[in-house]
Design a protein around this ligand. Structure first.
Ligand SMILES: Cc1ncc(COP(=O)(O)O)c(C=O)c1O
Length: 399
């Protein structure tokens, strides 16, 4: 008798953490057909420094091809350029305290490998940048969210949480924060809160992961020192990226902090360091000194777009929708009145070709149906105006 083939399934081979992955979310689907998408913080492609990158690429190919196109470490000059940029922000560092990765997202995604056993507590902001936090969740971290108000993370609430956890004998592994031009709320944490956050980290022995993706893009207000500059005891891991100031497609980000952390992050970065070619190109571009001028152009453009978006909102939205003006970055966060659900609004708006990020996509626990995030970075100015006019009409119809 012929043996029957056992009903093997590929799915049974998956590791526990790979078994239940979220299906593509409805807003991802909707974005594909959106006429005006305010959903993602994409860079404005008009602003990419094409000519400078082309010139740097040509120079690398002409002068450094044997090294840049082979297996090997990233360009030593790139480390130097990043160290110089950090110094300009008041952060003193060196090669041993620095890791370069394929975007800051990759480095942030490696944190659980170094720090998290299933069940360990990780503290995040609520709302937060879920793109990264989802990796902490996948690693089995127990996520505790600290509310964000007009001044960023509520550090008094954090203190209460840390104290409660300590009473239970729990030491959180790290606190993930975006203190400057927060994604999604656009808020910037003032100095007094930053000082308290750094002091709490030292008092409770908890690492602070400072995600500083946007601070170069300030279009109003005074610069606030990064947490890393306030930290005298080594409790801050500072993470940043070239994605927002050069181009996301070059996939270059970095982290600096305690060498023991950097060493371990590198250990889990199993494919090795970043691509030598692109590291040489970006190092050359930075060394021309043209990046700072470029950043000024970006600031002027994003400031204009942000103003346009806010003006359009003031004109088109019901007055009980509260839009928060950011001092920089890519996002405007709008609080909705109690009769409007962000998810339902998204469904209605998408019928008219408009999409945005519902607040629920910024929390791990489904909260956030009372807010939406509008990214102004990507859309051309005319589309921003048209898109908000359409969204305003949807809102009026709703009422
Ligand atoms: C707050 C924040 N952190 C990190 C990232 C990841 O950036 P990248 O991986 O391109 O460096 C993003 C991208 O949108 C972000 O908004």
């Amino acid at each position: 008798m012929a043996a029957t083939t056992p009903a093997y399934r590929i799915a049974d081979l998956f590791a526990e953490r790979a078994r239940n992955i979220a299906p593509p979310t409805y807003s991802t689907e909707l974005t594909k057909i959106a006429t005006v998408s305010f959903t993602y913080g994409l860079a404005d492609p008009i602003l990419f420094p094409h000519a400078h990158l082309a010139a740097a690429s040509a120079a690398v190919l002409a002068e450094e091809a044997p090294i840049a196109l082979n297996y090997g470490p990233p360009s030593a000059q790139l480390y130097e350029q990043i160290i110089l940029r950090l110094q300009a922000k008041g952060i003193t560092t060196d090669r041993d305290r620095l890791i370069i990765g394929y975007g800051s997202g990759q480095i942030l995604g490696l944190l659980p490998d170094v720090f998290v056993e299933p069940g360990d507590v990780v503290i995040v902001e609520g709302p937060t940048f879920l793109g990264v936090v989802v990796r902490f969740v996948q690693a089995g971290a127990r996520i505790i969210s600290i509310p964000v108000d007009e001044l960023g993370m509520d550090v008094d609430a954090l203190e209460v949480t840390l104290s409660d956890l300590k009473k239970q004998g729990i030491r959180p592994r790290f606190i993930y924060t975006i203190p400057t031009f927060h994604n999604p709320t656009g808020t910037t944490m003032p100095l007094f809160r930053r000082k308290k956050l750094v002091a709490l980290a030292a008092e409770y022995g908890v690492l602070v992961v400072e995600d500083d993706a946007y601070s170069d893009l300030r279009f109003q207000g005074e610069t606030v020192p990064s947490l890393a500059t306030l930290d005298k005891e080594g409790w801050v891991l500072y993470v940043s990226t070239f994605s927002k100031i050069i181009a996301p497609g070059i996939r270059l980000g970095w982290a600096c902090g305690d060498p023991a952390i950097i060493e371990r992050l590198a250990m889990f970065k199993s494919e090795g360091p970043v691509g030598p070619f692109v590291s040489h190109v970006v190092a050359r571009y930075c060394a021309t000194g043209k990046l700072d001028n470029h950043i000024q152009e970006l600031i002027a453009c994003y400031k204009h777009k942000c103003n346009l978006l806010l003006e359009a909102i003031a004109h088109e939205f019901p007055s009980d929708i509260v839009a928060k003006r950011p001092d920089g970055g890519f996002f405007v966060w709008c609080k909705l009145p109690s009769d409007i659900s962000a998810k339902a609004l998204l469904m209605a708006a998408s019928e008219h070709g408009i999409t945005f990020l519902p607040g629920t996509r910024c929390y791990t626990n489904g909260e956030g149906d009372d807010a939406i995030r509008l990214a102004f970075s990507f859309q051309p100015t005319q589309k921003i105006v048209e898109g908000i006019a359409t969204l305003g009409a949807v809102l009026r119809e709703w009422r």
